[in-house]
Design a protein around this ligand. Structure first.
Ligand SMILES: Nc1ncnc2c1ncn2[C@@H]1O[C@H](COP(=O)(O)OP(=O)(O)OP(=O)(O)O)[C@@H](O)[C@H]1O
Ligand SMILES: [Mg+2]
Length: 504
């Protein structure tokens, strides 16, 4: 999830929670408003009644039956209102409702006292004798006797219970249509609009961050040497004093500049190193070849002379070392050349199978001397394995592989060269039935100067420097391909070059 989406979601959820809070507050306020208006109307009504009839207690004592009718007439135009006449202890003496109350039924006097007290109340909740609950808005007035009896100025109370005007469902409906729906629509609209606004603000605020992350991605994709890493050309957020992203951009530009300088220095050093190795290799090649030629002449000359047997041994050893040194010098020179970034292969589309035939022929004599069979597999039916190949490099790669195989194979082993089409690739394999390579060494075989534990051929004592497979890998890469090794101890080794297939 992007930072932008997270921020927008956070704002939306906060907005929605705020909206819910507002709706809950409005509902509570609505309820309270309703209670207060009801209480106000009830008090006004009771004040009028008490002002008009100051002898209500006497009326009740004189004609209790008619009194109920009198009370009902009073509330005729006050629907959802019940009137009760209570004595001073809260006992119901008369009331307007239809229900039958048990004789001596008493109303809780605490809310009644609150209602008649001097302290102004916003509203009072009290007993509703008909419904046996205590959640009705009530109002009350004290009723005095016209003639004070037994020093009791207060005879009782006129007690009013305001029923909810409609059923709870209806109230929700009223609330919904009058307040809920418009409020919810309004709030949703505001939340939606503010979310859109927040999205836009976040997009504006995080734009520099995106520019920066695009720049970082471009550098990691295209490399430090590309134009994407040019500190003066890279597109970064415009600089505004004091802004965090601007500081980040300034830091990033400075870091790019340092990295570019270091990278340039490394590149120059690497170039000098390659040039040095290449020149050295070139300069050493001729004297080493000349030395080897002299030693070969001596070797041939002393071969048939028993009194020179000791000298012959020394010459043979010197010749072997000179050849190894010459091979190493050659490999180092080749790698230095192949590593040059400007190096380009001279590719032409060729049948890889045909080239393998030539190579097998070339190595035939050396293989025969070792008692090892070497053959290029017959071309399989179907499409010939055409690939865009630099002949010299391709032959160098295959020669390195055959050289390895020959070095380690024992008499009686076989080496097979093959090339076949696999979808859009051409797979060129050099397979032998030699001793194989320990599994722990396989992942490192292409590392430069890496040699497996059995790096010296048991049969010939020939060693190497661990550069042959590194050269093969580099050649495969230059052809847009790769190289893989499969080996099993005691059963043999298979090295496969996978190259892009080409059409003639
Ligand atoms: N066909 C093979 N059979 C057994 N071991 C092999 C085979 N090919 C390669 N190896 C192992 O892989 C190691 C690396 O091979 P690589 O060709 O890179 O170097 P090298 O042959 O030792 O030296 P160089 O090729 O530079 O003269 C070898 O030392 C050898 O142990
Ligand atoms: Mg080798």
């Amino acid at each position: 999830m992007t930072v932008r989406l997270k921020l927008a979601l956070t704002i939306f959820i906060t907005g929605a929670l705020t909206a819910l809070g507002v709706i809950a507050t409005v509902l509570v306020a609505f309820q309270r408003f309703e209670h207060e208006t009801t209480y106000y109307r009830a008090n006004a009504f009771l004040n009028r009644v008490v002002a008009m009839y100051d002898n209500m207690f006497e009326m009740h004592e004189r004609h209790p039956d008619e009194f109920t009718g009198f009370l009902r007439n009073l509330v005729l135009f006050e629907p959802d209102t019940q009137l009760y006449l209570l004595d001073a202890q809260g006992t119901v003496l008369a009331f307007t409702g239809e229900a039958r109350l048990p004789p001596g039924f008493k109303v809780d006097l605490r809310p009644v006292r609150e209602a008649v007290g001097d302290k102004p109340m916003p509203y009072v909740m009290g007993d509703d004798p008909e419904r046996m609950d205590a959640d009705a808005v009530i109002a009350a007035k004290t009723i005095k006797r016209a003639v004070i009896r037994n020093d009791e100025p207060m005879a009782g109370y006129l007690y009013l219970v305001a029923h909810q005007r409609t059923s709870p469902e209806d109230r929700w409906q009223v609330l919904g249509s009058s307040l809920g729906k418009p409020a919810v629509a309004g709030i949703l609209g505001v939340v939606g609009l503010s979310s859109l606004l927040a999205w836009w603000v976040i997009a504006m605020v995080t734009r520099p961050l995106r520019q920066l992350s695009d720049a970082v991605a471009a550098v990691s994709r295209e490399g430090l040497g590309s134009g994407a890493a040019d500190p003066d050309a890279v597109a970064l957020p415009s600089q505004r004093a004091g802004e965090e992203f601007s500081q980040l951009a300034v830091g990033f530009r400075a870091m790019l500049r340092t990295l570019r300088q270091q990278w340039e220095a490394l590149r120059r050093l690497d170039h000098f190193r390659r040039e040095g190795v290449s020149n050295l290799s070139h300069d050493l090649r001729s004297p080493l070849t000349a030395t080897a030629a002299c030693l070969e002449t001596l070797e041939t000359r002393w071969a048939g002379q028993p009194d020179r047997a000791e000298d012959l041994g020394l010459v043979s050893m010197a010749l072997r070392n000179t050849r190894n040194a010459a091979r190493l010098v050659q490999s180092l020179g080749d790698l230095a050349q192949l590593d040059e970034p400007e190096f380009k292969i001279q590719a032409e589309v060729l049948d890889a199978g045909e080239l393998l035939d030539d190579i097998a022929l070339r190595f035939g004599e050396r293989a025969a001397q070792r008692g090892v069979g070497i053959a290029a597999a017959a071309q399989a039916e179907g499409e010939p394995p055409f690939a865009a190949l630099d002949i010299e490099l391709f032959e160098r790669a295959i020669a390195n592989l055959v050289d390895n195989a020959l070095k380690f194979c024992r008499p009686g082993d076989r080496i097979a060269l093959s090339a076949k089409v696999e979808d859009d690739r051409v797979s060129v394999c050099v397979e032998d039935t030699g001793p194989g390579i320990p599994p722990a060494d396989v992942p490192h075989l292409f590392d430069r100067f890496y040699q497996s534990r059995q790096s010296v051929a048991p049969a010939t004592g020939e060693g190497g420097k661990g550069l042959g497979l590194a050269i093969v890998k580099r050649i495969a890469e230059l052809h847009g391909g790769d190289v893989f090794v499969q080996s099993e101890l005691g059963r043999g080794t298979k090295v496969a070059l996978s190259l892009p297939r080409a059409m003639l």
